[in-house]
Design a protein around this ligand. Structure first.
Ligand SMILES: *Cc1c(COP(=O)(O)O)cnc(C)c1O
Length: 424
């Protein structure tokens, strides 16, 4: 399709957009009496209007039924979390039994490492990407120390090549082969938070497993953003937060995936609690732990229902729309934003005004490296009703999300950006 940097053209794309009406399902912040152009769905997704009802329902049941709500609420609390598994499994390409919701992301990665990082004297190394999200770096280093190792001996970072902005799959695979039978675990962010790159999860998973290692993925920036096929890719485990593209609210509960080959087993080390034991016998309060035959075996505590409610609300939107339709729009919207950025750069004439550092293997995020303007431009955008995200040293991240961003906003953003650069 040939794009044009005009308001009419952008509106014509909106007119053809089958998901356009979903914008009305979300609540937008207002700056200077106008709804913002929101580019930070990769950091905190907007609030779906319907989530308030889901939360209120739980509040009302709690008020009206108190402890009886566990079994008598309209959506009983004792198995409330079960409702999330099927729609969430569709989002990440898994079987419903491979997925559950519990705790928060870094906590879940730690818990999954209890099962899937079992270092021995010979096989103890972990491969991750250089400059992984800080929480992941701290997690991996603390796990290495917990097992009595020096993180420097354990963690092997795959580096980008000098002068390049993204990782090459061949370099990841080569590192995996080099570490070989010393490799215990590969754990990488499936979509990099900084440059927006999508790793070739299928190839990397295959390469890691060929060396006899476990392979897991941190899908914080992937869930709800890109096409995932965790089951078909034979991924061992994964976890993701729900407050970025999944729109479930600040700091909200995390999803996990565990491959079906590990389900229903008692021989896998795990930190266990009563919500992981078989629900049929749970309330007999027996001393023996009998794991649930699905990913819920990794659940420890009874589910935080107040956190599940907005996640369930958000999943009902994903279920209506389905990932393929979201991804189709996402690709077009992001391509249009890229076109607008390039058009503005060309119009301004000063080459090197800014540079998109996100590779073509991407979700909806474009990371833009600013060569001139820096933080002042970010502040200008905010004052003019565009919420973006600033990362040191000089990067603005823009994530047009297919649920609630329009093509017309991409055009309008381009005009505001141009003014911001000319005026700064
Ligand atoms: C957002 C993000 C996190 C956040 O972890 P929490 O435990 O939810 O605070 C972790 N890892 C990655 C890669 C992220 O993008």
């Amino acid at each position: 399709m040939e794009f044009k940097n005009t308001s009419e053209f952008a509106k014509s794309l909106d007119a053809k957009d089958k998901l356009a009406a979903y914008k009305n399902e979300f609540i937008f912040p207002v700056i200077n009496q106008k709804e913002v152009i929101y580019f930070t769905g990769n950091s905190l997704g907007l609030q779906p209007k319907r989530s308030q009802k889901f939360v209120n329902d739980v509040m009302n049941d709690w008020g009206g039924l108190a402890v009886e709500g566990h079994f008598k609420a309209e959506k009983p609390w004792w198995d409330y979390h079960e409702r999330l598994a099927a729609p969430l499994a569709k989002v990440v390409g898994a079987k419903p039994e491979e997925v559950t919701v519990m705790n928060t992301l870094t906590v879940n990665l730690h818990l999954l490492m209890v099962s899937f990082y079992r270092p021995t004297k010979k096989r103890y190394k972990i491969i991750c990407e250089e400059k992984a999200f800080p929480s992941d770096q701290y997690m991996l280093a603390s796990q290495a120390r917990f097992h009595g190792f020096d993180p420097k001996d354990v963690i092997v970072e795959v580096k980008k090549r000098a002068g390049e902005h993204s990782w090459r799959t061949e370099d990841v695979v080569k590192t995996i082969e080099e570490v070989g039978d010393e490799l215990a675990l590969v754990l990488i962010g499936g979509v990099n938070y900084y440059n927006g790159q999508v790793f070739d999860m299928q190839k990397i998973t295959e390469a890691g497993k060929k060396q006899g290692a476990f392979v897991g993925w941190d899908l914080a920036h992937a869930a709800g953003n890109i096409k995932l096929e965790l089951h078909n890719w034979n991924v061992d485990f994964a976890a993701w937060c729900s407050y970025k593209y999944m729109n479930s609210g600040p700091g909200n509960a995390s999803g996990i995936y565990v491959n079906e080959q590990y389900l229903g087993r008692k021989d896998i080390p795990r930190f266990e609690g009563w919500w992981g034991t078989k629900k049929e016998t749970r309330f007999l309060m027996e001393p023996e732990f009998d794991p649930m035959s699905n990913a819920e075996a990794w659940q420890i505590s009874n589910a935080p229902v107040m956190a599940m409610a907005p996640y369930l609300a958000s999943l009902s939107l994903f279920d209506e729309v389905d990932m393929d339709a979201l991804i189709d729009k996402s690709k077009l919207l992001t391509a249009y934003l890229e076109f607008i950025l390039e058009a503005i750069d060309a119009e301004l004439g000063t080459s090197n005004t800014f540079e998109i550092i996100t590779p073509k293997d991407r979700g909806c995020q474009l990371s833009v490296f600013l060569h001139g303007q820096g933080k002042a431009l970010f502040d200008y955008l905010m004052e003019n009703g565009v919420i973006t995200d600033w990362r040191e040293p000089n990067v603005i991240r823009l994530a047009p999300t297919p649920f609630y961003n329009s093509f017309e906003e991409m055009y309008r953003f381009g005009q505001i950006l141009k003014q911001g650069i000319l005026g700064n």
